[in-house]
Write a protein that binds this ligand. Structure first.
Ligand code: PMP
Length: 463
């Protein structure tokens, strides 16, 4: 529970300054100006955030998929405070390391298990994937196969906003800004049956087709030229896309068949989200590298990590300097907060609670929306959930004849009713803090239901 007193802010002035000086992330700056500035969020506690007008919102997105332990955790503030007084910052360039960085690396290796023995730190998910990109290519060069430089990824994947992340990602709107992707990334179909399944196609047939697309592309570009396959165990920013049963086993088998590295981007799926510490564990995979961020510190400080297999580390060890790293790699204060965050996970059994209690509860609660006339599908895994809005049940037909009309409208209706969720195309997605209660899950579902009801007449007019 937060103990800080509620402060008053001059909200009109902050909104004026926002327009005058601030360029927020992933924002339409014309719209920001027409709206007279962004909504100012001033405080939070547990699963609730408040805006500057004092209006509370249930945070169905855990910030941006990150605040796993909820807001207002004094012990995380204390961990940061104490570390800042002892050693706020030191680098890991000068043959140096700090106690929190070393301890956190060991802790992550323990949680990831298997042969993921070593950890490289960065500050964001995008940076983690930059590290993946460079480390994978460096590894193959050291192995005497420098031509193995191609990454296979999926359309509609999200791997970050830097040049490597956007290129590895499969978001066409992002590719269109900045002349991306860079060469050497091949995108294949995503395992999104709702949109990409053929009429009458079974889950098993769709799964086989989605996996075959990967093998076909590997054969097309030459297996000897492929460095790695990268994928999110469950696509998050793409719309909480949960692959069909057996997909990941097939992908892993294809990677092994051609000696290609398997990289799981666990930036969203890591740290309990799926009911396991990592999404790859849910699917029983043995990735060679995993990227993580967000839940690692519950967003209290920016930190990300890449866990790397001992086989890769053996090769790197024989290769001299790895000339890659950030000023803030292994930032001691961020690492101290991440360690304290993981201690909360363990003490409160948040992973087990997600797997055995709140995850199944969310799945059941979402079923109450499954019969709604606007709902084409509900789906969830652990505490990642999605509601697909369609104009005609039993199809993937969308209002206005294309995706992206209903989603923002229903999202805004949710926000108006005190629930912060995200609308991705026509999918309402949710990713609440892992401390969420049954009552709060019920509230999420009933607000989405009310928002759908409220939007239905206007959407029917659009047709
Ligand atoms: N990978 C995945 C799977 C993500 O979901 C995100 C962020 N949503 C990123 C990478 C990029 O992380 P960041 O925004 O911290 O750079």
């Amino acid at each position: 529970m937060s103990t800080v007193p509620v402060r008053n802010y001059d909200i009109p002035e902050l909104r004026r300054l926002d327009v005058a000086h601030h360029l927020p992330a992933q924002t339409d700056y014309g719209l920001q100006q027409r709206n007279g500035g962004s909504k100012i969020i001033t405080r939070a506690d547990g699963c609730t955030i408040w805006d500057g007008e004092g209006k509370p919102y249930l945070d169905g997105m855990a910030g941006l998929w990150c605040v796993a332990v909820g807001y207002g955790r004094e012990e995380l503030a204390k961990a940061a405070y104490e570390q800042m007084l002892e050693l706020p910052y030191y680098n890991t360039f000068f043959k140096t390391a700090t106690p929190p960085a070393v301890k956190l690396a060991a802790k992550i290796a323990e949680l990831a298990g298997g042969n993921l023995s070593h950890v490289f730190f960065n500050s964001s998910g995008s940076e983690a994937n930059d590290t993946v990109f460079r480390m994978v290519r460096h590894y193959w060069t050291l192995k005497g196969q420098p031509q193995r430089s191609i990454f296979i990824s999926r359309w509609n994947a999200y791997h970050g906003t830097g040049v490597a992340g956007v290129s590895l990602g499969g978001m066409k709107a992002m590719h269109a800004q900045g002349g991306l992707p860079i060469p050497g990334v091949e995108h294949v179909m995503q395992p999104y049956k709702m949109n990409e399944g053929l009429p009458g196609e079974s889950d098993a047939d769709f799964c086989a087709r989605a996996a075959q697309a990967i093998e076909d592309r590997i054969l097309e570009v030459g297996p000897e030229n492929v460095a790695a396959f990268i994928g999110e165990p469950v696509q998050g920013a793409g719309g909480v896309i949960i692959p069909p049963e057996g997909y990941w086993q097939k992908v892993e088998a294809i990677c092994r068949k051609y000696g290609i590295l398997l990289v799981c981007d666990e930036v969203i799926t890591g740290f309990g989200r799926t009911g396991n510490w990592f999404g790859f564990q849910h699917y029983g995979l043995k990735p060679d590298m995993i990227a993580m961020a967000k839940g690692l510190s519950s967003g209290y400080l920016p930190i990300s990590a890449v866990a790397v297999s001992s086989e890769i580390v053996e090769v790197l060890r024989a290769g001299g300097d790895f000339v890659h790293g950030f000023t803030y790699s292994g930032h001691p204060t961020a690492c101290a907060v991440a360690l304290a965050n993981i201690a909360i996970f363990e003490r409160e059994h948040l992973v087990e609670r997600t797997r055995d209690d709140t995850g199944p509860y969310l799945a059941k609660a979402l079923q109450r929306l499954a019969d709604h006339p606007l709902v084409g599908q509900v789906r969830s895994l652990g505490l990642l959930g999605a509601v697909e809005i369609v104009s005609k049940r039993g199809t993937n037909e969308r209002f206005g004849g294309k995706e992206g009309t209903a989603g923002p409208m229903v999202r805004d209706a949710c926000i108006e009713r005190g629930l912060m969720v995200r609308g991705i195309r026509d999918t309402i997605v949710m990713c609440p803090p892992l401390i969420i209660t049954h009552e709060e899950i019920d509230r999420i579902v009933s607000i989405i239901g009310a928002a759908l009801d409220a939007c239905e007449p206007e959407l029917r007019k659009i047709g």
